[in-house]
Write a protein that binds this ligand. Structure first.
Ligand SMILES: Nc1ncnc2c1ncn2[C@@H]1O[C@H](COP(=O)(O)OP(=O)(O)OP(=O)(O)O)[C@@H](O)[C@H]1O
Length: 344
């Protein structure tokens, strides 16, 4: 059997899940997010086989978006019962948006899982994201023009609402999880959305074999994500360390000021990060971060050349008004747009 499609053996499963679920794992136990697909079914099966372990609660979110979703959730409940694990179905109620439905479904899913984990006193939520998910995410973000932060992909572990969100299978090929289910006789569902060409992820999945033939394998894309995650941490630290040397006279409440010469003296990647962070701090929570490509155009195409030439500059970027004058780059929230008066 090829290594890429070998079922997980109990030792390997224990090594991966032990830190989360083992005797010394998460105090209060964990919630397993199980959709009923092969990846999360394998997560549930492997967790059930792990002795001894902290309390485990399995949760399936029924988004109510496909006619068969209720049946799938019931299928997970049945298998959880067979495996001796408690199971809950969480239903996404309320208005479903017409646009960005997948994004809204994901946000609702994490909210529901978090609510359950808090109610159960669990310390962590585990999902079954795989190396294939990671590779697809990186590819999708590459297509969308993401920078290092986006290309760092799915985090192996991160904080979520005061709890931990873990992905213990993130470096495992999906084929191994499918093989694990098959070998153990755990039934799983196949999401038709996975093949629907109207979703970008599904379209990219079809391109994957072509890219792999050229050397851009899922494993390589996943390694790129891990590498960029390390670089991203270094960049964040460098931007943080540069901040004191950039402090310029405060520009009034709700405003920021950066020393222009100091900004220009930084390595370009650090300067870009400082600018992005400053705009994000100014517009906290009010809008989505500006596209990296626009930030790059503004910084490298206009702001740094103006600093070098000593010329003043005004521009709006990411909801902020930037004003370069007197050796300072002032940032203020962009004023509400005025209607242009129609002549005559
Ligand atoms: N309906 C669901 N109920 C419970 N868990 C789910 C559900 N859908 C997905 N998950 C969890 O999320 C993991 C990833 O699923 P999938 O790739 O379909 O979601 P995604 O939308 O890409 O998720 P993410 O936004 O977290 O990347 C699954 O392995 C599972 O652990």
């Amino acid at each position: 059997m090829s290594d890429a499609a070998r079922p997980l053996d109990p030792d390997e499963a224990a090594r991966r899940l032990g830190p989360w679920l083992g005797a010394g794992g998460q105090a209060g136990g964990v919630v397993l997010a199980v959709s009923g697909g092969p990846d999360s079914t394998a997560l549930m099966g492997c967790a059930a086989a792990l002795p001894p372990r902290v309390p485990v609660l399995v949760a399936t979110v029924d988004h109510g978006l496909r006619p068969e979703s209720g049946e799938e959730a019931a299928g997970v409940a049945a298998l959880a019962g067979r495996l001796g694990l408690p199971h809950r179905i969480l239903t996404w109620r309320g208005e479903k948006p017409r646009t960005r439905l997948q994004e809204a479904a994901r946000a609702a899913r994490y909210d529901l899982l978090l609510g359950l984990a808090r109610e159960a006193g669990a310390g962590a939520i585990l999902t079954a994201h795989t190396l294939d998910d990671q590779a697809e995410t990186v590819l999708m973000r590459l297509c969308a023009g993401s920078g290092p932060a986006g290309l760092a992909g799915i985090a192996p572990a991160r904080r979520l609402g005061g709890l931990l969100l873990g992905r213990p299978f993130l470096d495992l090929p999906k084929a191994r999880l499918v093989a694990t289910c098959a070998a153990a006789g755990w039934p799983f569902a196949v999401d038709p959305g996975n093949a629907a060409a109207r979703f970008a992820r599904a379209r990219l999945r079809r391109v994957m074999p072509l890219l792999a033939a050229e050397g851009l394998t899922p494993a390589r894309l996943a390694r790129l994500a891990a590498r960029l995650r390390r670089n991203e941490a270094a960049l964040a630290a460098a931007a943080e360390a540069a901040r004191p040397s950039l402090a310029a006279a405060p520009a009034g409440p709700g405003r920021l000021a950066l020393d222009a010469a100091g900004l220009a003296a930084l390595p370009e990647a650090v300067a870009l990060r400082v600018l992005a962070d400053a705009i994000a701090a100014l517009r906290a929570g009010e809008r989505r971060p500006e596209r990296l490509e626009r930030l790059e155009e503004a910084l490298f195409g206009r702001i740094l050349p103006a600093i070098a030439a000593g010329t003043p500059l005004r521009l709006t970027l990411g909801g902020a008004l930037l004003d370069l004058a007197g050796g300072r780059l002032l940032l203020a929230p962009e004023p509400p747009r005025r209607r242009t008066k129609r002549a005559g």
